[in-house]
Structure formats: structure tokens, C-alpha cells
Design a protein around this ligand. Structure first.
Ligand SMILES: CCCCCCCC/C=C\CCCC(=O)SCCNC(=O)CCNC(=O)[C@H](O)C(C)(C)COP(=O)(O)OP(=O)(O)OC[C@H]1O[C@@H](n2cnc3c(N)ncnc32)[C@H](O)[C@@H]1OP(=O)(O)O
Ligand SMILES: Cc1cc2nc3c(=O)[nH]c(=O)nc-3n(C[C@H](O)[C@H](O)[C@H](O)COP(=O)(O)OP(=O)(O)OC[C@H]3O[C@@H](n4cnc5c(N)ncnc54)[C@H](O)[C@@H]3O)c2cc1C
Length: 642
């Protein structure tokens, strides 16, 4: 199963080898539990480990393999981030995709050797979503052949970029490029921020940390202002766009090609989210098979809480989602790598499809991951609320994904643009022009669903039902939009008035893609036992998801009440079937105790003894009487007693 999750036997084996090596290297372990550290201590601890990793990486992993590097980071540095989180996730991908060969030769080897630390600085205090209204300017000075970066007012300060505040000395900065008073829109520039020897900010640069956040606090998200700060013309990233010495602008082959670093993260973050969801579920499910509370049969001893159907219903559909996201994520990364290769050689024809797909997936996956992790926390009762479970930290980090790389509602609306265009093709009889991801929009469906009507139909009737509801909602939302325009409403106003319905279509389309990716994977599996276990999970997935969106299929009678009863019964049936495999389905992800950082989720199940040990190690317990008591509470009580 680990091979299915991680992509191959070899990958699963390598992960085990890497974990085993890390277990033998105490210098790479947290020196004390992270929840007992201050933010400053955590940042120091992370930098300490990161430095050792830089020295010893070659002994532990193949540093050229991104999957091994990702695993190493997760184990050693953890999900709260590290001082170079954005360096690998966005700075290097931005240079790789957008810098010319010459520029790459100059900067990439230095970045890869970690001679410099970089980030991606785009969002500002006043604007994040609407890139067209960013305020930072890069004005070309023909006389010196330099760009002059400037922050015209406080809302133009770069705000949020990870590791910008304290760690990075370089950044890819997105600014509006102005040449001879003409604004060419946002473009990426390579900018040195700090002196390489002293790490002091360079003259003309104002920079700092934006303060503590809900989670992800090892990352120093930062602010940045420029005061007429000059960089050479050749620091504009020039793979696709060029500005010649005389100010001549050569436009890129696709207007949005400079957005590729964002698409990169949207594609890769899906498996990251799956890992966070599976981690939280691993903790909750292991704990649920240790925790005994109450009886089902009063004549019997207390049961493990995992025996309760409500507990299974809370956890198991999310286990199915974690697998589904991992499989859909793997497909998306493959597609992304293909499109990136094509893009580098000038073929931009697949960019719109990839953008639509990743926009929808990013939104649905992060939202459902957040839901699943929060249910996992609640499933642990009181101990779930303790940082000893570590689930609250996983939750805080995961839901950041609902916001970063494009706020979820906004990204769903990006997919909706693509769906509405596709609907227009269907309506004008041009279904043959639909791309493979939306071809189903042009296919006539049966009048009613055949779920529970055809024996041995596998998952086909489920997929058709998901297709039906997605198609119907897309065409309905598109009709509403076109109808408003026909009535004379301006395009943008009409769009806004339909946007809730449009986003519903985007979610349904994306959920269909996730179901199909799961089905595709199960169909590929040869090992009979693995196929069986995953087929059970897939049954739970399709039935649970369909129940969740049933109103769409009920309102036009595509599903009947009796079919809905069947679907509900199937959910209960598969909860029971999955119960014996539940812990194994999560243990198959092979997270080590070092990586999970959870007292509740310990592999050995020795929860109570270790919770007590953990509590005793709280800094508050260093002394029996705190100074808050001697200074304030004791005098207050004494005064009240007089
Ligand atoms: C490796 C493991 C990783 C896991 C963990 C990662 C942890 C990292 C932690 C944090 C990192 C966070 C980093 C950041 O957040 S960086 C900042 C990200 N910011 C955003 O995402 C901003 C969101 N906004 C946008 O993307 C855009 O503004 C927009 C919403 C897409 C709108 O752009 P714009 O106004 O320019 O465009 P229009 O809406 O007018 O659209 C015009 C047409 O262009 C199409 N389009 C837009 N983007 C793309 C694209 N990327 N590719 C292809 N096509 C694109 C759009 O669909 C329109 O097409 P149409 O045909 O309909 O006209
Ligand atoms: C943990 C974290 C890490 C980050 N790291 C980076 C980084 O490294 N580099 C970087 O540059 N940025 C980074 N960001 C910033 C992030 O990319 C932005 O916060 C994000 O893109 C959302 O933009 P915003 O904050 O402007 O939200 P806003 O756009 O102000 O969103 C506020 C609300 O308005 C709604 N809204 C906005 N526009 C529309 C619209 N057109 N239609 C409908 N509704 C709309 C949204 O849906 C939302 O409900 C990070 C953010 C976080 C939380």
C-alpha cells in the first residue's frame, strides 16, 4: 500500500531508509517538543537543524530528488516551516521557469548550493488577489539601463512573503513594469535585499517580520518596501519577456506565463495537503483504537471509541479523501511537469487547462482537508484540544492553503471562467472542441441514474451521476450568466450575480475529477489484496461524496429517494468493512513518530504514560509556585481574606 501511496516500491523503500537514518541522528531531532518552545526558539531550532541538513544531506538522501528532499524536510524540519521554506517551493521554481538560460547560469547554482536564500515577494498590504492592482513599480531608467523599484505608499508594501522578514537575502519581486511611461503590468524581477556578508538590509530597503500567525510560525513572513531602489535591467526575469537596452519590450507567448510559480505550488501542494490530512487521521485513528470509553453492549467491557459508528463516520470518509487527494495530486503533478516542459519550449496551449484544473483542485482539496483535520481533532475528545495531539498545529498549517496561492473563492471563479467557456461551446453545438477534462459536458446523459439498477456496474454509474450533476450545474450557472447579459446586464455585474452558482459548478467539476482519479488508480492496481482494500475505500468515497451533494441530483429527479437510501446504506456497509483495516490504511503512509510529533498518535499506543510525561515537561511545571501567583494572585487572595 505504501508503494501505491508514494508512487512506487522504490519510493516507499527510500522513505523507510531515510526515516531509519534520521532516527539514528539525534542532532536532527527536536531538542524538546515544539509546543513548549517560543517562536524565537523554534526559529533557532529550525535553523540549527537546517544547517546540519545542508552539511549532511548527501549522506541521507539524493539531494537532486525533490520527493526525497520533501520527505527529509517533513521529518526533520516539520510542517511549521523553516527558514528556507519558500526558497525551494517558489524561489527556485520561479527562477527555473522564468529566468533565461544566462540568468539561470548566474543565479541557480548559487541558490541550489544555498549560498543565497530567496523568496517570492508578490502580495502587498493592500492587494494580494488582484495582481493587476499591485502598486510596487519598476520604472525603466533608459540612461542607466536600470529598473527603479519603488513603494509609493504604505499599501504597496510587500506583505506576507514567506521567509522574507528575516531569513532571505534575495527575492523574486513582482512589480508593475513601466517603460517610457507605459505600464506593461506585473513582472518578476530578481532583487538582492540584504548584504551578503552582514545580512543587513541594503540602502533603500525596509524589511521585517509581520508578526505571529495562526500557525506556520517558524516561517518569518515579511514586509518589504523600496525607496527608489535600483537594479540592473538584466534582473528582469527574461525567459519569456524581454526588455532591450533601448527600452523595447518583447512580449511573452502567453499573457499569464509569469504566473507559473503560483501554478507550480498549486499543483504540488495537493499531495502536501493529503499528507497533512493523513497525518491528523493517523493520530486520531490510532488514538481511537487505544481510547476506551463507554459500552455498546452493557454486559461487555468499555469499547475502543473506534467501534462507534459515529466515530467511523467522522474519520473514514476523510481517510478515503486523503487517498483520493494523493492520487489526484500525483496526476496533477505529472500534468504540470508536462505543461512546464512544453511551456519552456514555447508551447503554451495547455496552460489554460492546467490553470483551471489546479485552481479547482487547490480550492476543494484545501477546504476538505481542513474539514477532515478538524473532525480528527474533535474525534480525540479533550486530548485532541491539547497541543500534545499536535492536530491543531496541522490544522493551522493546512488551512493556510485555503488562502495562499489564491484565495479559494477566487480560484474557483477562475475555474468557472473555463467551465462557462466550455458551456458556451456545448450550447453552440461545438462539443467536439471540448478538452478532455470537460468532454463530459457535451455528452447526453440518461434521464435517471442507474445506481442500484444495473448489477455489477462497478463505479461507472457513480461516475455518470457525478458527471450529470456537474454538467447540469455548469449549464445552469452558465445559462443564468448568459441570461443576465441578454437582459442587458454588464458582463462583470452578471458574473458577480452568478458567482455563488458558478462556484458550485466549479466544486462539482473538481469533485468529479477527484472521483475519476481515484477510479483510474484502483483500475490500474494488480495486487489483489491492495486492490480489494482500496476498492472498499473507493466505495465509501463515491457513496459518501454523492450523499454530500445529493440535493443536486434529487432536484431534477436524476436520483430517487430509494436510490438515496441505497447510497446511505452503502456508506454504513463500507464503514463496517473498513473498520478492521482503518489503522493499517493510515499506518501505510509510514509516518514516523519523529514526523508526527504527536503524543496521542504514537505508533506504540502508549498514550497515557507519555501524556503525563509530556505535561510534566511543561515549562510551567519547573516550579510549584509561579511568580504570577506570588506577585498577583496570592496578594489578591490575602487581601480578600482580611
Ligand atoms: C512543493 C510542495 C508545496 C507544498 C507546500 C507549500 C507551502 C508554501 C506556503 C506558502 C506559499 C504561498 C505563496 C503565495 O501565496 S505567492 C502569492 C500567490 N498569489 C496568488 O495566488 C494571487 C491570486 N491571484 C491570481 O492568481 C490572479 O490575479 C488571478 C485571480 C488568476 C487573476 O489574474 P488576472 O487579473 O491577471 O487575470 P484575469 O482574471 O483577468 O484572467 C485573464 C485570463 O487569464 C487566465 N489566467 C489567469 N491566471 C492564469 C494562469 N496561471 N495560467 C493560465 N491562464 C491564466 C484567466 O483564466 C483568464 O482566462 P480567460 O480565458 O477566462 O480570459
Ligand atoms: C500562510 C501564508 C503564506 C503566504 N505566503 C506568501 C508568499 O510567500 N508570497 C506572497 O507573495 N504572498 C504570500 N501570501 C499571501 C497570499 O498569497 C494572499 O494572502 C492570497 O493570495 C489572498 O490574497 P488577499 O490576502 O489579498 O485576500 P483578499 O483578496 O483580500 O481576500 C479577502 C476576501 O475577498 C474575497 N475576494 C477577493 N477578490 C475577489 C474576487 N475577485 N471575487 C470574489 N471574491 C473576492 C476573497 O474570496 C476573500 O473572501 C501568503 C499568505 C498566507 C496566509
Amino acid at each position: 500500500m505504501a508503494a501505491q501511496i508514494w508512487g512506487s516500491e522504490k519510493r516507499a523503500r527510500r522513505r523507510r531508509e531515510i526515516s531509519a537514518k534520521i532516527a539514528q541522528m539525534p542532532e536532527l531531532h527536536d531538542s524538546k517538543p515544539l509546543p513548549f518552545m517560543t517562536r524565537e526558539e523554534k526559529i533557532m531550532e529550525s535553523a540549527r537543524k537546517l544547517t546540519i541538513l545542508t552539511e549532511k544531506m548527501g549522506q541521507i538522501i539524493d539531494p537532486t530528488d525533490p520527493a526525497e528532499l520533501y520527505h527529509l524536510n517533513n521529518e526533520v524540519l516539520g510542517l511549521e516551516g523553516n527558514p528556507m521554506a519558500l526558497h525551494g517551493v517558489m524561489f527556485i521554481p520561479a527562477l527555473s521557469a522564468q529566468a533565461s538560460d544566462e540568468q539561470q547560469a548566474k543565479w541557480l547554482p548559487r541558490a541550489l548550493r544555498r549560498e543565497i536564500i530567496g523568496t517570492y515577494a508578490q502580495t502587498e498590504l493592500g492587494h494580494g488577489t488582484n495582481l493587476q492592482n499591485l502598486e510596487t513599480t519598476a520604472t525603466y531608467d533608459l540612461a542607466t539601463q536600470e529598473f527603479v523599484l519603488h513603494t509609493p505608499q504604505i499599501t504597496a508594501l510587500k506583505w506576507w512573503p514567506g521567509n522574507l522578514g528575516k531569513s532571505s537575502n534575495y527575492a523574486v519581486v513582482v512589480a508593475h513594469m513601466i517603460i517610457k511611461a507605459k505600464n506593461y503590468g506585473p513582472h518578476p524581477f530578481m532583487v538582492q535585499l540584504r548584504d551578503e556578508k552582514t545580512h543587513e538590509p541594503l540602502p533603500g530597503i525596509t524589511i521585517g517580520d509581520i508578526g505571529p500567525k495562526m500557525a506556520y510560525n517558524i516561517v518569518d513572513n515579511g514586509f518589504l518596501g523600496f525607496n527608489k531602489y535600483r537594479i540592473p535591467r538584466t534582473n528582469l526575469l527574461m525567459r519569456h519577456t524581454k526588455v532591450e537596452a533601448d527600452g523595447t519590450y518583447i512580449k511573452p507567448p502567453h499573457a499569464k506565463i509569469n504566473y507559473s510559480a503560483m501554478v507550480h505550488v498549486r499543483a504540488y501542494m495537493l499531495t502536501g495537503q493529503a499528507i497533512m490530512l493523513a497525518s491528523a487521521l493517523n493520530i486520531a485513528t490510532r488514538y481511537s483504537s487505544v481510547r476506551r470509553q463507554g459500552q455498546i453492549d452493557k454486559s461487555q467491557p468499555e469499547v475502543k471509541v473506534l467501534e462507534y459508528q459515529t466515530q467511523q463516520h467522522r474519520l473514514f470518509p476523510s481517510i478515503a479523501r486523503a487517498y483520493a487527494f494523493q492520487f489526484a495530486g500525483a496526476e496533477t503533478v505529472k500534468l504540470y511537469e508536462h505543461v512546464l516542459k512544453e511551456m519552456k519550449s514555447g508551447n503554451v496551449s495547455l496552460m489554460a487547462d492546467l490553470h483551471a484544473l489546479t485552481s479547482g483542485l487547490k480550492s476543494v482539496v484545501t477546504y476538505q482537508t481542513g474539514e477532515g483535520i478538524e473532525q480528527a481533532r474533535m474525534a480525540c475528545g479533550g486530548h485532541g484540544y491539547s497541543m500534545a495531539s499536535y492536530i491543531s498545529e496541522i490544522y493551522g498549517v493546512a488551512i493556510g492553503g485555503c488562502t495562499y496561492e489564491g484565495e479559494n473563492m477566487v480560484m474557483l471563479l477562475q475555474l468557472a471562467r473555463y467551465l462557462v467557456k466550455s458551456a458556451a461551446l456545448v450550447k453552440s453545438g461545438q462539443s467536439s472542441k471540448l478538452g478532455p477534462l470537460v468532454a463530459y459536458l457535451g455528452v447526453k446523459s440518461e434521464p435517471t441514474s442507474l445506481i442500484d439498477r444495473i448489477p455489477n456496474s462497478g463505479f461507472t454509474e457513480y461516475v455518470k451521476t457525478f458527471q450529470h450533476v456537474s454538467k447540469r450545474q455548469t449549464l445552469k450557472a452558465a445559462d443564468m450568466f448568459f441570461g443576465l447579459m441578454e437582459k442587458g446586464e454588464k458582463r462583470e455585474i452578471a458574473w458577480n450575480k452568478c458567482s455563488v452558482e458558478l462556484n458550485r459548478a466549479s466544486r462539482l467539476h473538481t469533485r468529479l475529477f477527484i472521483v475519476e482519479a481515484f477510479v483510474r488508480r484502483v483500475n490500474e492496481i494488480a495486487d489483489i489484496r491492495i486492490k480489494e482494500a482500496l476498492t472498499d475505500l473507493l466505495h465509501l468515497h463515491v457513496n459518501y461524496e454523492l450523499l454530500d451533494i445529493a440535493s443536486y441530483a434529487l432536484e431534477d429527479g436524476f436520483l430517487s429517494a430509494s436510490q438515496l437510501d441505497y447510497i446511505r446504506d452503502q456508506v454504513y456497509l463500507y464503514l463496517g468493512k473498513i473498520r478492521p483495516n482503518a489503522v493499517s490504511l493510515l499506518d501505510s503512509w509510514e509516518f514516523s513518530d519523529i514526523e508526527l510529533r504527536s503524543v496521542l498518535g504514537r505508533r506504540d499506543g502508549n498514550v497515557y504514560e507519555n501524556l503525563f510525561k509530556w505535561a510534566k515537561s511543561s515549562p510551567l511545571n519547573k516550579t510549584d509556585v509561579l511568580s504570577s501567583v506570588t506577585q498577583y494572585l496570592k496578594p489578591m487572595m490575602e487581601k480578600a481574606r482580611l
